[in-house]
Design a protein around this ligand. Structure first.
Ligand code: UDP
Ligand code: MG
Length: 318
């Protein structure tokens, strides 16, 4: 970690990942400032530019020159939302760190409620989505299914309908900072560490501008990361499938033998053989694929590359 500036230590850090948010970043900045300013406590605004190509980077640079609260971290390329938030946590210095999206879907005013709970002594205050406005039905259905699946198959009880919008105490940020796994699912990691946690409901708003940066492919990747990082269930599925197939064949052998010997008919033709072979082949390939998902992740971990590459972080001296 780079050495950091020695200005007064902030009480609050607001961390936001920014990826091509030119339409919302200025409004987002203004709204966050209007919420944080009246608190009259030192705070910092850590904006992580995740390889934007639409001019958001210059916009953030401009904000940083005007307002000393703004600290910018500019990635060398797009590393993904979870990694961008991780960098924000790594660089943040506040006693309480708030993770929030830059598209104004997480209303900045809710930060005050999170802070109130933190003052009551909670170490992780996560915001639970009561309503989600302006999302496609596909996103709503897949997200809802995903949260419930994850809840069922993992040992860590990851809160339902909860994104990354949350407040995390410094103690927890430090612990999470030690967890350098490459395929990150921060909500799961934050649940895994323990500490005193509480949820707070809020209504998730529509995007202020632009389109979602989480197309279906990225959502699927996040879901796979979440499952493989927190559960062996898919690997166990392979074992279950093996037992089921073996069980069916053991039961089928005497039946087929009886039918043949009693001359009541027999299994005819290549079709039956073909179906059995294709079925088993399919099951084997699927289980191989599942194994591959885990092996690929082990390979990524073993390479030990840095999680992200910062091209510019002027507030933080090397
Ligand atoms: N984001 C990012 N890198 C990415 C994708 C998204 O930093 O590769 C940021 C994005 O700018 C936003 C936040 O992550 O601030 C959440 O993304 P988005 O709003 O697109 O996701 P959704 O709310 O649709 O799930
Ligand atoms: Mg969004």
């Amino acid at each position: 970690m780079p050495a950091k500036k020695t200005d007064p230590k902030p009480v609050f850090s607001v961390v936001a990942p920014v990826f091509n948010e030119i339409g919302s970043v200025e409004e987002f900045y203004k709204t966050v400032v209007s919420v944080m300013h009246p608190l009259k406590q030192p705070w910092e605004f850590v904006l992580v530019d995740d390889g934007s190509t639409d001019g958001s980077t210059d916009k953030i640079r401009e904000l940083a020159t005007k307002d000393a609260h703004v600290k910018l971290i500019i990635f060398a390329r797009n590393f993904g939302h979870q990694i961008a938030v991780t960098a924000g946590l790594d660089y943040s210095r506040g006693d309480a760190v708030i993770i929030i999206d830059a598209d104004l879907q997480d209303p900045p005013a809710v930060m005050l409620d999170l802070i109130a709970k933190w003052k009551e002594g909670y170490e992780v205050v996560y915001a639970v989505r009561r309503k989600r406005e302006g999302e496609s039905w596909l996103k709503l259905v897949t997200a809802s299914l995903f949260y419930r699946l994850i809840f069922r198959i993992t040992d860590v009880k990851i809160p339902l309908d909860t994104g990354d919008f949350r407040l995390i105490d410094r103690k927890v940020v430090d612990v999470m900072g030690q967890m350098r796994e490459r395929h990150r699912f921060l909500r799961g990691m934050a649940a895994w560490v323990g500490f005193r946690q509480v949820g707070m409901e809020y209504d998730r708003k529509e995007r202020f501008a632009g389109k979602t940066k989480y197309p279906f492919s990225k959502m699927l990747k996040l879901a796979l990361n979440a499952i493989t990082s927190f559960s062996y269930f898919p690997l166990q599925v392979a074992t279950y499938l093996g037992f089921i197939c073996a069980g069916i064949s053991i039961l089928a052998i005497p039946v087929v033998a009886y039918l043949r010997l009693s001359n009541q008919g027999s299994l005819l033709g290549q079709a039956t053989t073909l179906i059995a072979v294709l079925f088993l082949g399919g099951v084997q390939l699927i289980t191989l694929g599942i194994l591959g998902e885990y092996v690929g992740r082990i390979y990524d971990e073993v390479k030990g590359r840095p999680l992200y590459i910062v091209s510019e972080a002027p507030e933080y001296k090397k």
